[in-house]
Design a protein around this ligand. Structure first.
Ligand SMILES: [Zn+2]
Length: 372
């Protein structure tokens, strides 16, 4: 890829290398276009659509729906809304992350203690570690094991408990940039889930991971027959209501006991997103190494699109914070993956886009140019 193909959205700072992102002829990304289109959406009719979906997929189970939760702002918001405004009974499910951070654990506990039925699923940690390492090495995705277990466990639990309706938070593709083809569809299917969320590495990683099927239960989707024949309805809450991460944060703080870090997270300026596990900082660093954008770009984009920050302010923050090396966690990562620093750096080097980045120090990559 040459530098010419590396450009930023003319409105927010989304980047052309972001997977599946679409731009219009004015150089505006699909997240910005969606922000405008949202103003024309008839949200009331979408809420009616939601009520119909709830009716249609009403199970004989005690629960009305499943909500995957982390204890973070977005899943807390959705759970609150479903329980208290729609008077439904959600079963909230958390798949325990590897290298969880105490603030994430605290937030999840606070959330649960505000009166939610909750299941904690803990997939085999040793298998999770192995798949995470394969993901890191083969895909540049250091928590791939956790990612596939999140989706597989939720679908398995939906089948096991006979609760067809699963409500995810936002469609990140539509809200933040990516494929926009699902923005007018209430439900999405397993194929979309595999393509957009599992990034097509699902088969490859599981082939490399040749373990007996017993231990991989929570890491694999149910068999084809079940997927074809059992009833399931996957949806994003962002389809039914104007998605606003900041509003979610405020409500989660007030109603679900969300607490924050006092200092900003590694490599960004916000302090209220994605604080449940330590591998996220490595994931975002790899995102920077592979595509040339990091967490500050993502966070600034959200602020710019909602009108709380100018593009220029965003550029300053991106130049300051994007792609910071996750120094404070490196020992933890080496310990977790049981690899040397040399091996760790070589994996990062393998994924680095050398057209736009150079290695300043072992494992530490910087953009060759400033964003403007
Ligand atoms: Zn944009």
């Amino acid at each position: 890829m040459n530098k010419l193909k590396y450009f930023r959205c003319s409105s927010c700072l989304n980047i052309s290398t972001r997977p599946r992102i679409v731009f219009d002829k004015n150089g505006e990304c699909n997240a910005c276009q969606w922000m405008k289109e949202k103003k024309t959406i008839n949200w009331e009719s979408r809420i009616n659509e939601f009520k119909k979906i709830v009716k249609k997929y009403k199970s004989h189970s005690y629960f009305d729906c499943i909500i995957p939760v982390s204890g973070g702002k977005d899943s807390s918001y959705v759970s609150y809304k479903i329980k208290h405004e729609f008077n439904l009974t959600p079963l909230c499910i958390t798949v325990r992350p590897p290298l969880s951070l105490s603030i994430g654990d605290e937030n999840l506990n606070n959330f649960i203690n505000h009166g939610y039925d909750h299941i904690h699923i803990t997939p085999n940690a040793e298998i999770m570690r192995e798949i995470n390492l394969i993901g890191f090495d083969e895909m540049g995705f250091p928590y791939y094991g956790w990612l596939i277990s999140i989706y597989s466990s939720i679908i398995r639990t939906s089948f096991n408990f006979n609760i067809p309706l699963v409500i995810y938070g936002e469609d990140g593709e539509v809200e933040y940039g990516g494929s926009n083809k699902n923005r007018h569809k209430a439900l999405f299917d397993i194929d979309y889930l595999i393509k957009s969320y599992l990034e097509t590495g699902y088969k490859k990683v599981l082939e490399l991971f040749k373990k007996n099927s017993e231990g991989s239960y929570w890491f694999t989707l149910p068999n084809q027959n079940d997927l074809k024949n059992k009833k399931i309805a996957l949806t994003h809450w962002s389809y039914f209501e104007n998605w606003d991460p900041y509003r979610n944060y405020l409500l989660a703080k007030e109603k679900c006991g969300l607490v924050e870090y006092e200092t900003p997270n590694e490599s960004t300026f916000t302090n209220f997103a994605q604080t449940d596990q330590a591998l996220y900082a490595l994931h975002m660093y790899l995102c920077f190494v592979k595509f040339g954008f990091g967490r500050a770009t993502q966070d600034a984009g959200i602020e710019i699109r909602r009108g709380a920050m100018t593009r220029e302010q965003g550029i300053n923050l991106v130049n300051l914070y994007d792609g910071q090396y996750p120094e404070q966690f490196i020992d933890l990562y080496l310990d977790y993956f049981r690899i040397t620093k040399k091996k760790f750096d070589s994996i990062i080097r393998k994924w680095a886009n050398k057209n736009i980045l150079s290695e300043e120090d072992s494992g530490v990559w910087k953009l060759k140019f400033k964003i403007n």
